[in-house]
Design a protein around this ligand. Structure first.
Ligand code: AMP
Ligand code: ZN
Length: 468
């Protein structure tokens, strides 16, 4: 498997530190608002990478942090006359709800910044002991001149950066590029005790501290949107490698922006739609399908036309699954000559995903299989075993790995009353069978079948299944 590593700017063979374990950290949201569909692109693509690693039998420990203390949260709390805690709890819950609707698998943990302040203080102390961090009157800064590798991730040169940088009047840093590790408490802001007095941690130190706490000092994959390469991830490297003197991350993965009219979708520009709103008009299936049609590193323009097209693409897939299901029910072909060997499609799917998670190519392979299977069904040239294999493959790729279709939602959507009524009919039919009234029992079975409800009799009793 080959992965593009932002650090080396090359595609590299993926070799985790301790196979079959893979440690993966994804920079999560600052919980001061609903997240937008641009953020969703990064969350969904990281989910697909994690799911594919699991498909390859890696045991992935996936961590996503929640930034629950930050200027924007404090600002919102002041505007709404409430506390930072209330704001962050409200939007953390909204975040989990929306991720669930988008079918993003749960992380192993969602560490919160406010629950890790001690770990951050510890890490800042390590940096201070090494002379890499300095305290000016309760504000602690990272001295980037002390870390010779500074700029290695973003490819930025220190002298070029210095030209563009400026110091805020209120700051007394040694170098304009030095960044805050600990911010002295301000009136009316939440604060914690520390060796430097009351204050709160800077944003970058969060991820360094939580990453090593939950995944160890060297992790396999660290992911996030392109906007985080500089300064956030550059600073994370400086902090973690400065303190631990070990490689921090083996593979850096970054997601391209979701744009609107070629401009990055962002809260600050105001050109965004929340994922919550988009989900009112489009299915999670279509949203995920839309994202998968572009490689995760490339830019992607958001448009209603593209989402409408994605909705149609998903419809095609669902119709195919419906056709497969009904065909599997009726198809009696057993002949070996009508075996349809799908191993080529499987290896093509894997080759595409192994090549830096090339989802557009992987999807093209699946559509090829759909086209070819449809043709074979039209001509009665596929046997039942092969149809089941095709369905299994579709389930594994489109549901388990890409999360575009949920078979569970498709087949087992709860309709409690309807299900209870079917069970009641089955019980009454059992009575009829006991009375040897097979004619009426068969009539019930056939009528239900016409309604798309298939009864399956076995020694242990009768179960039912719904056709799509
Ligand atoms: P934030 O809450 O802004 O820190 O963002 C959460 C995640 O979404 C981070 O990984 C960002 O890099 C990512 N992100 C932000 N804007 C976009 C965008 N327009 N397209 C793709 N990813 C984004
Ligand atoms: Zn981060």
């Amino acid at each position: 498997m080959i992965v593009f590593n932002t650090l080396t700017k090359k595609k590299e063979e993926f070799i985790p530190l301790n196979p079959p374990f893979v440690t993966m950290y994804m920079c999560g949201p600052t919980v001061y608002d609903y997240f937008h569909i641009g953020n969703a692109r990064s969350f969904i693509m990281s989910d697909i990478i994690r799911r594919y690693l699991e498909y390859k039998n890696y045991q992935v420990k996936f961590i996503m942090n929640l930034t629950d203390i930050e200027d924007k949260i404090i600002k919102k709390a002041n505007e709404q006359n409430t506390t930072a805690k209330e704001v962050s709890e409200f939007f953390s819950n909204a975040f989990f709800e929306d991720l669930k609707k988008l079918r993003v698998k749960k992380a192993n943990e969602y560490p919160k910044a406010t629950a890790h302040v001690d770990d951050m203080i510890q890490l800042i102390k390590e940096l201070e002991d090494k002379g890499i961090a300095y305290n000016i009157d309760g504000d602690v800064y990272y001295d980037i001149k002390k870390f010779s590798d500074y700029g290695k991730l973003s490819g930025k040169k220190l002298d070029e950066l210095e030209i563009g940088a400026r110091v805020e009047v209120s700051e007394q840093k040694r170098n304009p590029l030095d960044f805050a590790l600990w911010k002295k408490a301000k009136e009316g802001e939440p604060s914690w005790d520390s060796p430097w007095g009351k204050g709160r941690p800077g944003w970058h130190i969060e991820c360094s501290a939580m990453s090593s706490k939950h995944l160890g000092d060297t992790i396999d994959i660290h992911a996030g949107g392109n906007d985080l390469i500089f300064p956030h991830h550059e600073n994370e490297i400086a902090q973690s490698e400065g303190a631990k003197e070990k490689q921090f991350v083996r593979y850096w993965i970054h997601f391209g922006f979701l744009n609107i009219q070629n401009e990055k979708m962002s809260k600050s520009l105001g050109n965004f739609f929340t994922a919550r709103d988009v989900l009112k008009y489009y299915s999670a299936d279509a949203i995920r399908f839309f994202f998968c049609q572009t490689h995760y590193r490339g830019p992607l323009n958001f448009s209603n036309d593209l989402l409408d097209a994605a909705e149609k693409g998903v419809e095609k897939i669902k119709n195919f699954i419906q056709r497969l299901n009904s065909e599997i029910e009726v198809n009696k072909i057993q002949d070996k000559i009508f075996d349809f060997n799908i191993s080529n499609y499987k290896s093509e799917f894997e080759n595409s995903m192994d090549d830096d998670f090339n989802t557009p190519k992987a999807i093209a392979v699946i559509f090829e299989l759909i086209k070819d299977t449809n043709k074979l069904i039209d001509n009665n040239q596929i046997n039942n075993t092969s149809l089941v294999q095709v369905r299994d493959f579709i389930k594994t790729t489109l549901d388990d790995v890409l999360g575009i279709i949920s078979f569970e939602e498709l087949f087992y959507k709860e309709k409690p009353l309807e299900d209870d009524l079917i069970k009641l009919i089955i019980e009454l039919r059992d009575e009829l069978k006991k009375e040897k009234n097979y004619q009426l029992a068969d009539k019930i079975r056939n009528s239900l079948n016409e309604l798309g409800i298939i009864l399956q009799d076995s020694k242990t009793g009768t179960t039912f299944k719904k056709k799509l």
